[in-house]
Design a protein around this ligand. Structure first.
Ligand SMILES: Cc1cc2nc3c(=O)[nH]c(=O)nc-3n(C[C@H](O)[C@H](O)[C@H](O)COP(=O)(O)OP(=O)(O)OC[C@H]3O[C@@H](n4cnc5c(N)ncnc54)[C@H](O)[C@@H]3O)c2cc1C
Length: 409
């Protein structure tokens, strides 16, 4: 059973945040790698689906950790939150890694059509019939619940790559089909990290003893690869400049929400002159074929919740355009009725949201609208440090948190 995720709403995320905050200190630092199983998992927050859609923000989670535990004790939890921030920022500096992944994934699916042996191995792996203890359980757990513990994700990806010798892009696609927290940056770059593509030559090889310890003795697979081969995949390109975050318009504007930021009321003032609000979800672009019902309904529910809160906060009507057959048309029609030419959109990060929504925004610009893509302060402060390895960003955590006077709380 997975707790907390049945209601994709901010209030559920906040309840879980308050419940878990006392455990974000020493307990988390010592126990976070242990996965006792889906029936009893008190040692990790399981907040990732809420953070991924920003039903709650990284800043809120870090603040809760520090207020309840103090800065020193909360260090490990905050560092883990910052892994998410790091991956997001890194992909912004290297967006070609996402487009290369899509090309690779599509090529691998074409190969599956022709190669019956590979197809059989792939299907056995995603259906939990590979004959590897732990791995088979995790494949089913992921499909049933939409969540896996971090150590299970690492072990699963490693066995997929080095024992089953399956292409990484197919594994990343399988994760994105099911994970409620499915994220283009964290998922793609974590798979590449396990494969030794993110940090060149540094692979993660799953070992029987580590799986025994981290699964709390539940799994002890015998037949794992003893060495990691070189995984084919594109090299990291040179980092490019971060796109500039736009400023707030000085006149009335409309707001367009996507699944990537669904608590705008926490960073945009209620007195801002918002005329109307629309929401567009693009989760269908996460993977090949259909996204799982659980993952899709989490995203849809989250968007609806985000729209309702934004509507109350700004006192403006909100419309969900996601269910329209022609989203391009629906967005243009919505915009055509506005009494403003300014539309604010929380920044569209690299991944399927940008792929789906950016062309629609270009259409609106052609129609004479000014689009303002705005980034949160958290991203503005951290992302410039996410060009290379995590260590550089980690060093900045105290000074960035000091900005909000968080470190001293
Ligand atoms: C192969 C692989 C694929 C992954 N795919 C995703 C994904 O699509 N979406 C996703 O959000 N995370 C992904 N992760 C990272 C991590 O496994 C999850 O964020 C974490 O397990 C979520 O559980 P939690 O909320 O209980 O984490 P906690 O341990 O409670 O951590 C708190 C928060 O910190 C962030 N976080 C923690 N560890 C990591 C990490 N290693 N990388 C990035 N963020 C982290 C998450 O937002 C998480 O909710 C992946 C990891 C691997 C190895």
């Amino acid at each position: 059973m997975i707790l907390h995720h049945e209601t994709p709403a901010r209030h559920t995320g906040l309840e879980r945040l308050n419940e878990f905050a006392p455990l974000m200190g020493a307990q988390y630092a010592h126990r976070r790698n242990i996965d006792p199983g889906e029936d009893a998992r008190p040692n990790v927050s399981q907040l990732s689906p809420f953070l991924r859609h920003r039903l709650i923000s990284e800043e809120e989670a870090a603040t809760a950790a520090i207020i309840v535990n103090g800065g020193e004790q909360a260090t490990k939890y905050i560092q883990e939150i910052c892994w998410r921030t790091y991956f997001k920022g890194w992909l912004e500096h290297h967006p070609a890694v996402w487009s290369d992944y899509i090309l690779d994934r599509d090529t691998q699916f074409q190969t599956l059509e022709k190669d019956k042996g590979l197809r059989a191995d792939y299907e056995a792996a995603i259906e939990g019939r590979a004959g590897i203890e732990g791995f088979d359980h995790w494949a089913k757990e992921l499909a049933e619940t939409g969540y896996l513990h971090n150590h299970a994700r690492m072990s699963f990806a490693s066995i997929w790559l080095f024992t089953l010798k399956l292409p990484w892009a197919l594994g990343a696609d399988f994760f994105l089909r099911h994970l409620l927290d499915g994220d283009p940056a964290s998922n793609t770059l974590s798979w590449r990290w396990v494969a030794g593509l993110h940090t060149s030559g540094k692979t993660y090889l799953a070992k029987k003893e580590a799986i025994e310890t981290c699964s709390d003795g539940r799994f002890s697979p015998d037949n794992l690869a003893q060495s990691a081969h070189q995984v084919p995949g594109s090299e990291n390109p040179q980092p490019q400049q971060l796109p500039v975050s736009d400023g707030m318009p000085e006149e009335r504007f409309a707001l367009l929400l996507t699944e990537d930021d669904l608590s705008v009321e926490t960073w945009l003032d209620e007195h801002l002159p918002v005329e109307a609000i629309a929401g567009l979800e693009s989760a269908g672009g996460r993977c090949t074929g259909d996204v799982s019902d659980k993952a899709m309904s989490f995203t849809r529910g989250a968007l609806q919740d985000g729209l309702s809160r934004a509507s109350n906060h700004f006192g403006a009507a909100a419309e969900n355009l996601s269910d329209t057959a022609d989203k391009r048309r629906a967005l243009r029609d919505w915009a055509a009725q506005l009494n403003t030419k300014h539309i604010v959109v929380p920044y569209l990060p690299a991944g399927w949201t940008r792929e789906a929504i950016a062309p629609l925004l270009t259409d609106l610009q052609t129609d004479g609208f000014h689009i303002h893509q705005m980034r949160r302060d958290w991203d503005e402060r951290f992302w410039p440090h996410a060009k290379k390895g995590f260590f550089k960003l980690r060093k900045q955590i105290p000074s960035v948190l000091m900005h909000w006077k968080l470190r001293k709380v």
